[in-house]
Each structure stands twice: as C-alpha cells, then as structure tokens.
Design a protein around this ligand. Structure first.
Ligand SMILES: C[S@@+](CC[C@H](N)C(=O)[O-])C[C@H]1O[C@@H](n2cnc3c(N)ncnc32)[C@H](O)[C@@H]1O
Length: 424
C-alpha cells in the first residue's frame, strides 16, 4: 500500500517532482515539457554529451563533502600535474570524481562502502542511464504477489522514521534491488539515500532520535516541513535531480568498492586522497557509524544479521578503522602513499588535523616527494598569516627519477604556495 498523505497535504505529482516543488505547477506558455528532464543527454559522435557543459553536481548532505571545493581542486590539479586517468580513492559523494569526469579524464571513483559505490555508479560511472519518473513511482508501491521482507519495520521501530515511513522504505528498497539495469538501479538508490538523509535531523543516523523530529517545539536547526514531507515526494524529486546530473564524457569511468589501502591497481596517473579527517583532539568521523542505515539499504538482503541490536541506533557491527585511530592514522597515510608510489598524489586535508600538514609532508618525503601545499577556499587569507586552519590540497607529482629520501629535507616544499589563478 502506498503511504497515506497527512491531512491537508497537497497531492504531489510527477510534474511537481520535476519542478522541484512536489506539487502541481502549470507549465509556462511555450516552455519545454517537464518530461524533457527524463530524456538522456544528447549525444555527440563518440557518446560525448553534446552540451559539453556538464550539469551542476547535485547538492548533497554528507560529512566532509568537497562539493564547494571541487572546482578549485580540479583547477589546482590541472595547473600542477599532467594526467589522463585518476582514482578518487575516498570518493564519498563523488563531487571531486564528477568534476574530473567533467574535465574528460578517465575517472575511477572508489569508496569502502557499498552505498557510496552506488552513488559513484549513479553519477560518475553512469554515462547515460536515467530513470523515468513513471518507473520511479512504481518502485514506491508493493507489487502484487511479490513477497517483501520488513527489516526496517522490525529492526528500526521508533528509531529514525515513523512506522509508516519504515514500511515505505522496506518496499521501495526491495523494489530497487530488483532493477536489472545497474546504472538505473544506482540512480534509484541515490534518490532513496538522499530522501532518507533529508528526513533526518542533522542528516545522520548516529542517534536514535525520532522523537526530536516529531516534537512540536521551536528549533534552531533542521527543517520540519522537509522532515514531514512524504518519502515519495522526496524520492521523485531526487530521481529527477539525479537524471539531470547524468552525462557522458566519452571515457569509460568506473565506481569501485575497496579499502583504499588494499586497492588492487596502481596504474593511475593521479590518485586523489580525501580520507576521513581527524581533528586535533583525535576525533574523527566513523562513516559507518554515521551512515550505517544507508549501507544497510545497499545490502538489504544481508543487512539484518549484521545489525548490532544492543545499541539504540542499531549500527552495523564493524571493526574500528585506522583512519579513526590516532595511534594508527600516520601509518595508514604512509602505507597509502607507498601503495600509490608510482602515481601523482594529491591529498585534501585540514590545517588543524592529525596528522599535521608538516607531518603529511614528511610522510610524502618518505616516498621521495616534495609536495606543494595549496590553501583552498575562503581560508586562504588567514593561512597566509601562518595560521594553521582551513582546507589545503597537497600536490605531490611523481618524479621522473626517484631517489630514496634519508631526511625530512623534502619538507622544504611544504610551505604553502599561492593557489593557481589559471582558469578562475
Ligand atoms: C572525507 S570523505 C570523502 C569526501 C569526498 N571527497 C566528497 O567530496 O564527498 C571520506 C570517505 O572515505 C570513505 N572511506 C573510509 N574509509 C575508507 C577506506 N579504508 N577506503 C576507501 N574509502 C574509505 C568514507 O566512506 C567516506 O566516504
């Protein structure tokens, strides 16, 4: 059964979803029909998107997303290294991989988590598959004679979403798992993940705090109207958003799922590294704790046995990550740099983190690199005064001849350099 709408709620339509409003909107005279969003991008001779101007990367709600910095990162990389192929080793939302794809690079998106691999498949690997909204709408209702499991309804009762919403998620998720075309399926998953995120306080799953969402109090955060809007509305709107973001760059791009430390290949020209950030106090983002619910949806048939039922927010049982352990994070960076020793390396990091920037430079010196440290974004001015905060990009081109490093002399190259002016 489709979820019932709350009293007084305007009936959402597919046209409304396309217009981004979720409600009916009359077309402007002479305007292209809304359904034009559903058409795959026009293709040039080699399957390249004939518009050339790639679509805008969709806004996402994800810890550590580089969406706002992706243009600057791509510009700095383009100015400093020559590359055709690139691995985004900690892909997350895919914002950087997507930007490199727009530069017509051969891009491999990677992330440890299955839900993120699906995100990368939808927006980076995908070169033309869109999901018609009529089909998307059918995903939100029970199919006759099909048996459905109820993992969310049973295991997450009263945790993140209402009982009615839990049933909607169970049904929609299992319908999505049955889509045969994996790129279309990834588009549907992307929309499902975004729908779950926007309906969560803080856009996270680290607390069992459904009550916070439902309480009738004045709040300084979140958006109750967004939380209360039915899942189906959000889902259709996000499918339309993902459809618009799909484009081809004439290359074969891929989305993979590996631990970056054990990546099976090292034949990329460039490896971009944006691991979980650890702050000066040693606190880090445990991505599987924050986003376990999305990972569960991505592995739905195998989800239940992995749930830690002793904890209120029902995370997945998982081993602690070296990126969240101040005793192991330096060794993790060193191992990663050694793993991709043959490639140009670029690292996104914050000036006030662990390891500190000069420590990262020393680790890169261990593979005979002299990185340039490029301050990014609005923090540039502050950084030029010597303050150690804000976002940096460390760019360490591979050397034609490599010499083993015996000291931290390579760190000399670690002084912040002016960002490139080219192409701004
Ligand atoms: C700081 S976020 C990357 C953000 C990304 N650049 C963006 O713009 O959205 C770090 C990412 O690393 C992933 N991750 C954590 N441990 C990993 C590992 N061992 N190998 C690969 N990815 C990992 C997390 O799932 C998370 O998406």
């Amino acid at each position: 059964m489709p979820a019932a709408l709350p009293a007084g709620h305007a009936v959402p339509t597919i046209a409304g979803a396309l217009a981004g409003t979720g409600t009916v909107r009359a077309p402007r005279p002479g305007a292209a029909p809304a359904a034009s969003h559903l058409r795959p991008p026009r293709r040039g001779p080699c399957g390249v998107d004939a518009r050339m101007q790639p679509p805008e990367f969709p806004a996402t709600r994800y810890q550590g997303s580089k969406r706002k910095l992706a243009a600057a990162i791509a510009r700095e990389l383009g100015a400093r290294v020559d590359f055709e192929s690139a691995l985004d080793a900690f892909g997350g939302t895919g914002a950087v991989a997507y930007r490199l794809k727009a530069l017509r690079k051969r891009v491999t998106y990677n992330d440890l988590h299955r839900f993120n691999q699906l995100v990368g498949r939808a927006l980076v690997e995908n070169d033309g598959a869109t999901l018609p909204l009529e089909e998307a709408e059918r995903l939100t209702v029970r199919r006759p004679r099909r048996r459905y499991d109820d993992v969310v309804a049973r295991c997450f009762e009263g945790v993140f979403f209402t009982a009615e919403e839990n049933v909607w998620i169970d049904v929609t998720c299992q319908n999505i798992h049955r889509i045969a075309d994996r790129r279309r399926q990834a588009v549907a998953f992307w929309a499902l993940f975004q729908s779950c995120l926007v309906k969560r306080p803080f856009n996270l799953f680290h607390r069992a705090n459904l009550a916070l969402r439902r309480r009738e109090v004045k709040r300084s955060f979140g958006n109750k109207a967004t939380w209360d809007r039915p899942f189906r509305d959000h889902f259709l709107r996000f499918v339309a958003t993902a459809n618009r973001a799909v484009f081809a760059n004439g290359r074969v791009n891929r989305a993979t799922r590996h631990d970056a430390l054990r990546y099976p290949r090292d034949d990329f020209d460039l490896v971009y590294i944006d691991p979980p950030y650890m702050n000066r106090r040693g606190q880090s983002v445990d991505y599987l704790d924050f986003y376990h619910f999305l990972e569960g949806l991505a592995v739905y048939p195998r989800w239940e046995p992995r749930i830690d039922g002793r904890r209120k927010h029902r995370p997945l049982v998982h081993r602690p990550s070296p990126w969240c352990d101040r005793g192991r994070i330096h060794a993790a960076f060193a191992a990663l740099f050694a793993r991709f020793e043959r490639c140009h390396l670029a690292v996104s990091y914050r000036g006030d983190g662990i390891p500190a920037l000069d420590e990262l430079c020393r680790l890169l010196a261990g593979i005979n690199r002299r990185p340039e440290v490029v301050p990014l974004g609005p923090y540039r001015y502050v950084l030029s005064t010597g303050s150690a905060s804000g976002e940096y990009l460390l760019v360490a081109p591979r050397r034609a001849s490599s010499r083993p490093s015996t000291s931290a002399r390579g760190v000399i190259g670690c002084a912040p350099v002016a960002p490139s002016r080219k192409g701004r």
